[in-house]
Ligand binder design. Structure first.
Ligand code: AMP
Length: 400
């Protein structure tokens, strides 16, 4: 992938219009998880050290027009604390307010603009709105991989109007994904869990054409078991997905991808924490029980297979991991993948909302090769889709 690297840009004294994703988790007006802010620090440090004038564009939440509770002003103390640098704020991202805040900047300054989604034109990728943003900058940098699956003015339109560069976080995300699916060291295994087949159809259909082994767990494995004629009691299942399951299996066979489904499971009558539970073979799930985790025999089988792999991609928990003890298989396999990664025998890339929470529970976030901070964009990339924000950077690089 050929992007213009920000490292090659001459940024000193220039106005850098940078799209970032500051849509961070909050509670009572305070940031509760600074991961996304922290991951931007290398790009910010570089721009500050080079004496650039950094103007930040972001969205926060899904406001309909100007909505005070979605103002980004409250973010400035968190940015200042994490980046150890003052951050000024403009009450609008376009027009006189933005221009006068911009004109007051000195080399090395950082300015945060108000929520781009206060203007409906942002999500319409409106040309006029993108032009109003573009007048603020000399150079456009996109460091918001997690928003790159949206063709919005600040993520796509702008890239065609100014010299465009990928920020360091964007570069890092893309090279990790390339490592996993673009040009991976084989054999490659994908571990996919989560609740439903229906929400991950595109993902499964793409993965079976790319990986050597697909390990399935979670609720979606029940649907696969059901499609094989296994009686799964009251387990979460999507009977209307059976035809899709058979299609996925056919595609997998055509591409020599082996699909692993559970041979034993942990079952309970109630969907709650610490209910009475037991382990059984998938062929003997009691009719009034639910399979809520994959069983220890399956976990050992998966470990044996993963030990032969060189690349592992992970999305989705293998059981109802929020409810103990149904986190057991997910945590055990996460720790196994982390140990394999640390020993240097495998590259591991994981992402997607619940996956990050599950890996955090297992205490292995820092021990994987890469854990993506992007949710939807990570999934769409794994589905084989072109991300408009990434495509625009590539196009711009070719034109430059
Ligand atoms: P997803 O958003 O599709 O990745 O699904 C994640 C959700 O799937 C989590 O909330 C899990 O509790 C749930 N889940 C995983 N395995 C099961 C299962 N066997 N039965 C019911 N829910 C499950």
């Amino acid at each position: 992938m050929q992007f213009q690297s920000l490292r090659t840009a001459s940024v000193t004294g220039k106005y850098i219009l940078m799209r970032v994703d500051l849509n961070v988790p909050t509670q009572d007006g305070r940031v509760t998880d600074t991961t996304r802010i922290d991951r931007l620090k290398p790009t910010i440090d570089f721009l500050v050290q080079q004496g650039a004038r950094t103007i930040l564009l972001s969205h926060f939440g899904r406001p309909k027009g100007i909505t005070p509770e979605f103002s980004q002003k409250f973010l400035t103390p968190a940015l200042e604390a994490q980046w150890r640098h003052p951050v000024s704020f403009s009450a609008d991202c376009i027009g006189d307010a933005a221009m006068s805040a911009r004109n007051a900047m000195k080399d090395g300054d950082i300015l945060l603009l108000e929520n781009v989604r206060f203007h409906a034109e942002e999500e319409k990728n409106d040309l006029g709105f993108a032009k109003q943003l573009a007048v603020l900058g000399d150079i456009y940098v996109n460091d918001a991989f997690s928003a790159a699956h949206r063709a919005h003015a600040s993520t796509e339109g702008l890239a065609h109007m100014l010299p465009a560069f990928a920020g360091f976080l964007m570069e890092e995300e893309l090279s990790a994904l390339n490592l996993a699916l673009g040009n991976p060291i084989r054999p490659v295994a994908a571990i996919v869990g989560g609740a439903k087949v229906s929400t991950k159809l595109d993902l499964l259909n793409n993965l079976v054409t790319k990986v050597d082994v697909l390990v399935l767990g979670g609720g979606m494995a029940n649907t696969f078991l059901h499609a094989h004629g296994v009686k799964i009691g009251k387990s979460l299942c999507e009977p209307d997905m059976v035809a899709q399951v058979h299609k996925i299996k056919e595609t997998a066979a055509q591409h020599n991808c082996k699909i692993i489904i559970p041979s034993d499971v942990v079952v309970a009558c109630e969907f709650k924490a610490n209910p009475q539970h037991s382990i059984c073979d998938v062929t003997s799930i009691p009719s009034d029980h639910m399979a809520l985790d994959i069983g220890p025999q399956t976990v050992e089988q998966i470990k044996t297979i993963l030990a032969t792999c060189k690349t592992i991609i992970w999305n989705g928990p293998l059981g109802a991991f929020e409810l103990p003890p149904f986190h057991t298989a997910t945590v055990s396999l996460a720790q196994f993948v982390a140990a394999q990664t640390q020993s240097g025998s495998v590259k591991s890339v994981a992402g997607g909302g619940d996956t990050v929470a599950a890996l955090e529970m297992a205490g292995v976030i820092e021990k994987m090769t890469y854990v993506s901070s992007a949710g939807g964009a990570f999934l769409e990339w794994m589905e084989g889709k072109t991300l408009p924000g990434v495509a625009a950077l590539l196009k711009n690089a070719k034109a430059a």
